[in-house]
Write a protein that binds this ligand. Structure first.
Ligand SMILES: CC(=O)SCCNC(=O)CCNC(=O)[C@H](O)C(C)(C)COP(=O)(O)OP(=O)(O)OC[C@H]1O[C@@H](n2cnc3c(N)ncnc32)[C@H](O)[C@@H]1OP(=O)(O)O
Length: 473
């Protein structure tokens, strides 16, 4: 497949070359723009709205959050949400929270975070996991609960904490320890202890890798970039674009979803993402491949970095929002999940999810005003763009006559993305949704599309529509 795709895409122009770093939005007249825009039908009977959402600053792992526990970070997101929305805790019917690499003591981290945040012990909470789209899954689980008439008010979110991940003893050592625990006599215990060999002590570290293939995400991204002919220069240019746009958005105060975190033992508060780093093309060019050595093209700078962070958002029926006097930001109009081959198409979720949701809603790419697409790797983003711009891919993999097309890249991740802002796996979905909601207001748009790839070869696409009550922050 690789060579055929590469061949068929040789003529695809580099999307990053058409990107302008200037994010100042074009001034369309509000009335004219809104009149031309489509509104989407309510599929739930409840007009589910995204009232608001927050996140902790996203930090490079092993920096300021390093000594915390993940449920504490998650707690900050829940408290931040209550503070920002002004709703009393009692109003929340249910909490759905995502995480990918679980801290073993807090496997239902949604519940632990809710208790730590002071929610009533009568408020149920459960934890979902769907790799990098876990908080998208939390949101859509909440939408489903509201649509089913089970609850009115849901908090959805996610946390990831890469500064402390469970490291296990080897299988041999675990088995031995469990057998020692069951031994009935000191002699049996001693005999078991005598069977220990040096290799029993080799620990099992969790890898950011695919279980079914054993391949790391980075390695897979490198192969994907090669298959779609995304060059190192294109990847570095895309990464630079992401960091440049994120720095611009941060400096102009656009990240209004950020809630400061007070970290015990540290002066002041953490109130900024710390992974945004605008380098020069020359600096980027010097970096060595991080995964496939020595000829790979994925480097530390054109990959998302390991990140600590948490997010939470408030969703409810529109009627409930009205009753509570809240001004929602957006309608959660539709969503779809996709799944494909986890070996050669591991990170192609958007190339499958975007056309599927556009077709379902009867929309064209040009109907979308804001794109918020998870940037796992620059090469992965470029591969998805090239796949969508390929007739060959459309015919062979999407069952379509012709290509999906090109999005308007001026509207694509205009505030940066996971490459620059960071990617705490299970927290990213809420960030994507909130950046969509805020950008729709600031850029005077109507429809926003969120999409992301995830381990397991899965992906999500969601459609948000600006709510008439939404105001710029
Ligand atoms: C569906 C999905 O989302 S899948 C995605 C899941 N996520 C992942 O797989 C995470 C992928 N990322 C990683 O594993 C890690 O970030 C890695 C392996 C790529 C890099 O890790 P590290 O080597 O620890 O990165 P580190 O921060 O030390 O950077 C390495 C070098 O690159 C440099 N660098 C990193 N970022 C930049 C940048 N933006 N600009 C310039 N230089 C940079 C660093 O300064 C460092 O240089 P030095 O060696 O001279 O000090």
């Amino acid at each position: 497949m690789a060579s055929q795709v590469a061949k068929s895409l040789l003529k695809v122009s580099c999307p990053s070359s058409t990107v302008k770093f200037d994010t100042a939005r074009r001034a369309l007249s509000v009335g004219a723009a809104l009149q031309q825009k489509k509104t989407l039908p309510d599929r739930t009977g409840k007009n589910v709205v995204l009232v608001d959402g927050v996140r902790t600053p996203f930090l490079v792992s092993f920096t300021d959050y390093a000594k915390m526990m993940p449920h504490e970070l998650a707690r900050h997101s829940l408290l931040g949400l209550l503070q920002k929305t002004g709703i009393p805790k009692e109003v929340v019917d249910y909490i759905v929270y995502g995480t990918v690499i679980q801290e073993v003591k807090t496997s239902n981290i949604g519940r632990e975070a809710a208790l730590a945040a002071g929610f009533s012990d009568r408020t149920p909470a459960h934890t979902v996991t769907m790799a990098c789209i876990s908080s998208n899954q939390a949101i859509t689980t909440g939408v489903g609960m509201i649509a089913a008439g089970a609850y009115d008010v849901i908090v959805a979110g996610g946390v990831e904490f890469m500064s402390d991940v469970p490291i296990r003893h080897s299988r041999k050592m675990r088995s031995l320890l469990l057998r020692i625990n069951r031994a009935k006599t000191p002699a049996q215990r001693l005999s078991l202890l005598a069977s220990i060999r040096p290799n029993f002590f080799a620990p099992e570290l969790p890898a950011v890798a695919e279980f079914s293939s054993g391949e790391t995400m980075g390695h897979s991204a490198d192969r994907l970039a090669a298959a779609f002919g995304a060059t190192r220069a294109e990847q570095d240019a895309y990464a630079l674009r992401s960091h440049t746009l994120a720095a611009h958005a941060r400096d102009h105060g656009y990240f209004t979803d950020l809630m400061p975190v007070k970290v015990e033992g540290k002066d002041g508060v953490v109130d900024k993402d710390n992974g945004i780093r605008v380098s020069t093309p020359e600096q980027l060019e010097k970096l060595k491949p991080a995964f496939i050595k020595p000829h790979g093209t994925v480097t530390a700078a054109n990959a998302s970095f390991l990140t600590d962070g948490a997010s939470a958002c408030l969703i409810m029926s529109e009627a409930k929002a009205k009753e509570l006097g809240l001004k929602p930001k957006a309608y959660l109009r539709d969503f779809t999940y996709v799944a494909q081959d986890p070996v050669d198409q591991l990170l192609l979720g958007p190339a499958y999810g975007i056309p599927k949701i556009l077709d379902k809603a009867g929309l064209k790419m040009s109907d979308i005003d804001t794109w918020e697409i998870h940037e796992a790797f620059a090469g992965q983003i470029l591969a998805n763009l090239k796949a969508m711009d390929s007739d060959w891919f459309a015919q062979n993999y999407l069952g379509r006559q012709s290509k999906v097309g090109n999005p308007d890249l001026k509207k694509w991740n205009a505030w940066g993305g996971s490459l620059s802002i960071g990617h705490p796996f299970a927290a990213t979905g809420v960030r994507l949704a909130m950046h969509t909601a805020h950008r729709l207001v600031r850029e005077d748009g109507q429809l926003g599309l969120v999409s992301a790839c995830a381990a397991g070869g899965q992906g999500v696409a969601m459609l948000l529509e600006r709510h008439p009550d939404a105001r710029a922050e």
